[in-house]
Design a binder for this molecule. Structure first.
Ligand code: AHR
Length: 496
């Protein structure tokens, strides 16, 4: 199979906001307890945080982590997770039917975030609570004045405010499964008033309003229009969530789903622009894709109610999942003019790139690797390319190109990074790149993620899927040819 790409130096989509490589930790399953936090573990620090997990998180260079949920947040009383740990209540947590011990709350999590070298994206409960509680939490986290909640934080040992910049106004409030589910009108009004009060409390914050829980929600579109009509001038982002699965084992259809994700992003951007036009506004609404991933392997697993940290949503990812995750990251990069934040959901144990054994090892799942390279090397300006390659018809995404790609230009270091997936199951692809206005380019690095077996997985004992550095043909020229192996993920670095 052959493909061609024209890469022109001046055709820019936009500069990547590094926060598109964010992630998510929810009080769900073993994400917190025996994930990031396990006091008895041999690597635990003075707070009880696992240093082996921290090391993997730091390796990913995650810029922002959403917390504490997810569905969990819609029944959460944030005060439970502050102050003297010996006095914290054990609560029945109704979103996931577990016991929340509250050993970890915002006091500890912001300490973890510092150790992980990341920023916190905080969600407020708009399910069972409202504007006043959101304001109290914001005051607790961000203000240094002499007032009840700021003083509570100081009394708990934190003189300096946490300075959390990004706040989500609830979680998936369009979903009937959500505790405190609302109609678009109900949520729009509540989000508007909560946003006003929060920005009066701390005008330096940025706010994310809930969009749809996925593209196929029956209320999609109407929900965004109604909510944005209320909150347009008060918030900075609208959220998108989307998970994909391959329950019928249809490889081509599954790995093409990033095309469906692209359609979702473009549709939400169009709705935002329609509201902008209707309001005669100068403001562009940006998108926060703050939950995305593959999620289906763990579906159907049953757990007894009211356990502490049962192993919920522990998807073990295979190689084809890594291909789709790689393509989804390219889709986020190619939409960097609108998507300013995104969170791979989640980070540890729960539908996550990092897995742990309780009391044992931590390891990288297959999806860790495309995430790692995108985060480390996908920083710079995304270029809009002209691509010619064969396409195929699929069920969920309709028309899918065999070649998925994104091109990132780092003008300071005179480097062009190409991320590319050859989706063809059983055919290598020869790609011809024509570089325009760069002069001669030279391929200096080719990293490949490949497994013969699409269902290969990584375990604590065996890393079946890991990146390989391929030998490169370093002949300079404005036209370059490279072969992408059948069903492989690739990162190519060209210098000029
Ligand atoms: O990430 C798992 C769950 O998926 C989150 O709690 C919820 O927001 C979404 O439905």
């Amino acid at each position: 199979m052959k493909a061609e790409m024209v890469i022109h130096k001046d055709y820019e989509i936009g500069k990547i906001d590094k926060r598109i490589y964010g992630s998510f930790i929810e009080h769900l399953g073993r994400a917190v307890y025996s994930g990031i936090y396990e006091p008895g573990h041999e690597t635990a620090d003075e707070y009880g945080f696992r240093k082996d997990v921290l090391q993997l998180v730091r390796q990913l260079d995650v810029p922002i982590v959403r917390y504490p949920g997810g569905n969990f947040v819609s029944g959460y009383q944030w005060e439970d997770g502050t102050g003297d740990r010996s006095k914290r209540p054990r609560r029945t947590e109704c979103a996931w039917k577990t016991i929340e011990t509250n050993e970890v709350g915002i006091d500890e999590f912001q300490e973890w975030a510092k150790r992980a070298g990341t920023e916190v994206m905080m969600a407020v409960n708009l399910g069972t609570r409202g504007a006043q509680d959101a304001k109290n939490l914001l005051e607790y986290c961000n203000l240094s004045c002499d007032s009840e909640y700021a003083n509570r934080r100081k009394a708990n040992g934190f003189e300096t405010p946490f300075k959390i910049k990004t706040w989500c106004l609830g979680n998936e409030m369009d979903g009937p499964w959500q505790i405190g589910h609302k109609t678009a009108e109900e949520y729009g009004r509540l989000a508007e008033e909560t946003a006003k009060l929060m920005k009066l409390t701390d005008p330096s914050i940025e706010l994310v309003a809930c969009g749809s829980s996925h593209y196929n929600m029956p209320t999609f579109g109407e929900w965004e229009m109604t909510v944005l009509d209320h909150v347009y001038s008060h918030v900075d982002y609208v959220s998108l969530h989307q998970y994909y699965g391959n329950p019928k084992d249809q490889y081509e259809d599954f790995v093409g789903l990033s095309v469906h994700m692209d359609g979702f992003i473009k549709s939400v951007a169009a709705i935002c622009d329609a509201i902008k036009a209707k309001k005669h506004s100068d403001k562009t609404m940006y998108l926060s894709f703050d939950e995305w991933n593959v999620w289906y392997h763990s579906n159907g697993a049953k757990f007894d109610d009211w356990q502490v940290a049962p192993p919920q949503l522990e998807d073990i990812y295979n190689f084809e999942d890594a291909l789709l995750v790689g393509c989804m990251l390219m889709t986020l990069q190619n939409n960097c003019d609108r998507v300013k934040m995104a969170c791979m959901a989640q980070l540890v144990n729960v539908i996550a790139p990092i897995m742990t054994e309780k009391g044992g090892r931590a390891w990288a799942q297959t999806i860790f690797y495309p995430y790692l390279y995108a985060s480390l090397r996908g920083r710079g300006t995304v270029l809009k390319t002209i691509k010619h390659c064969p396409e195929y018809a699929a069920e969920r995404a309709k028309l899918v190109p065999y070649l998925e790609s994104s091109v990132i230009h780092d003008s300071e270091n005179r480097k062009i990074t190409v991320f590319a997936v050859n989706r063809a199951k059983a055919e290598d692809m020869e790609v011809t790149f024509s570089f325009e206005k760069f002069g001669d380019c030279v391929l200096t690095e080719h990293v490949q993620l490949y497994a013969d077996d699409l269902k290969a997985v990584n375990t604590a004992d065996c890393e079946a899927v890991s990146p390989r550095l391929l030998p490169v043909d370093a002949a300079p020229g404005a036209v370059q040819k490279v072969t992408l192996k059948q069903h492989s993920w690739n990162m190519l670095t060209y210098e000029y």
